[in-house]
Design a protein around this ligand. Structure first.
Ligand SMILES: *[C@@H]1O[C@H](CO)[C@@H](O)[C@H](O)[C@H]1NC(C)=O
Length: 430
């Protein structure tokens, strides 16, 4: 088979697929950007990006012969008005040259077209077909396919484009939120996602048509729960409460994999965590010192427990959410010794100390603070009551054959007035 034949055949296929799907999804979104371009324009550019990534994930994007390999844990692109604005600045200068806009992946085309919308559409159609002519491989940046790398780069999750009429030709510039690096892969080969659990880069992602969809970007400027601390926000607090209770409700069911091929025991009388602004302020005061990895002196936290994390990139809310999962992963690695009576023993169980604090049954309140020190977040969470008392159960274990979690108020016995949150089997502290 000649490469020309192979390329032509598939080129026809991709044009058809893209056109049909674009027609169906036009006019879906309102973007709220202010450069003066139309939402119709944005929709065309965005849908081509999304359709192409869907084809790529599913192994249906054409290569010189055959298709490009399927993509694992591969994410849908969203529009970003800030990237549109920076692209517009470059489009408006009309020079046929790449800009040095820092930190973005830039694509550029100049061609005559009937409208701005046609210009961006035609430009993209040409780019996504360059692998058909030149051949491409996701394991390395592909010099012959230049701008194509930036479209498929798995690191990029946002795009914004602008097209400006420059003496009879449209100059189109699109900016992606992350550059494609010349010595690194463009995406990870592997099966495309089938379930939400296959989408692991961003928490709470879902899988649709083989592509991972990130949850809507939270507004991390909202700070109503503990307004005296400007370093935290409501999204970060909600993430902390949500993931602590998620893992607490999960572990007491008795099916969670633990080190050594074992499972964490079923649990009972486990408190549901609430958020405390008082504890948050204390944790924030300590986080402000950029203290990782040194814990605060116990006397400065009135007996509360403490977990700390150190993470780069992202926002405080994203990292607070992720940190709970990292703490919890100590159940599997390195694990704790006794999963029958569920009693901790130090120093032997020290390696799972974050895990044991996250699921410590008698803990009912948390508060956390964080500070970006250089490029690393120093995150501090404090827990009332403290966990990790040597020789004490992490959480109570029901008698053999008993159920995990509460079903009635009578199952919540720490204080007489405690009640059962039936939906998750955790106990509300009165
Ligand atoms: C924890 O308790 C165990 C068992 O009683 C004991 O052997 C160990 O020395 C204690 N560890 C600490 C750090 O006190």
């Amino acid at each position: 088979m000649s490469s020309l034949h192979c390329g032509n055949k598939i080129w026809v296929l991709i044009v058809i697929v893209l056109s049909i799907n674009c027609l169906l999804s036009v006019s879906a979104a309102t973007f709220g950007c202010t450069t003066g371009q139309s939402d119709d324009y944005r929709n065309v550019a965005l849908q081509i990006n999304r359709q192409y990534r869907t084809l790529l994930a599913q192994g249906k994007a054409p290569n010189k012969c055959g298709q490009l390999p399927t993509a694992k844990n591969y994410y849908e692109i969203n529009w970003d008005c800030g990237l549109e604005t920076s692209a517009k600045v470059q489009a408006d200068n009309c020079a046929m040259a790449y800009s040095s806009t820092p930190g973005v992946g830039e694509i550029l085309f100049m061609a005559s077209a009937a409208s701005a919308k046609d210009a961006v559409k035609n430009g993209y159609m040409k780019l996504v077909n360059t692998p058909v002519t030149n051949g491409a491989d996701p394991d390395t940046y592909s010099n012959p396919n230049n701008d194509w790398n930036r479209i498929v780069n798995y690191r990029a999750l946002y795009v914004g484009c602008a097209s400006t009429l420059c003496s009879g030709m449209y100059k189109t510039v699109c900016h992606y939120d992350k550059p494609a690096y010349s010595n690194q892969n463009l995406y990870e080969r592997g099966d495309n996602c089938v379930t939400d659990a296959d989408c692991t880069t961003i928490i709470e992602s879902t899988c649709k048509n083989g592509l991972c969809i990130a949850p809507p970007k939270p507004d991390e400027t909202i700070n109503t729960q503990c307004p005296l601390n400007p370093s935290m926000n409501d999204y970060a607090r909600d993430q902390l409460v949500k993931w602590h209770n998620y893992y607490r409700a999960l572990v007491i069911k008795g099916n969670e994999p633990a080190a050594g091929g074992r499972k964490a025991p079923k649990g009972k009388n486990m408190y549901k965590i609430k958020y405390s602004c008082t504890i948050e302020q204390n944790a924030q005061n300590y986080a402000n010192n950029c203290p990782y990895p040194t814990h605060s002196a116990p006397g400065t936290r009135t007996g509360w427990g403490e977990n700390m994390a150190y993470m780069s990139g992202g926002t405080i809310g994203e990292n607070m959410g992720k940190s709970v999962g990292l703490y919890y992963s100590e159940l599997l690695t390195p694990g704790m010794a006794d999963l029958v009576t569920n009693v901790v023993s130090f120093p032997g169980d020290m390696g799972a100390g974050h895990y044991t604090q996250v699921v410590w049954g008698k803990t009912y309140e948390i508060g956390c603070g964080g500070k970006l020190c250089g490029t690393y977040w120093h995150l501090v969470c404090q827990y009332n009551v403290a966990g990790n008392y040597n020789g004490t159960t992490v959480y109570e274990v029901p008698i053999t054959g008993g159920n995990g979690g509460c079903t009635t108020d009578a199952d919540c016995t720490t204080q007489a007035a405690d009640t059962c949150s039936v939906s998750d089997g955790l106990c509300n502290r009165a």
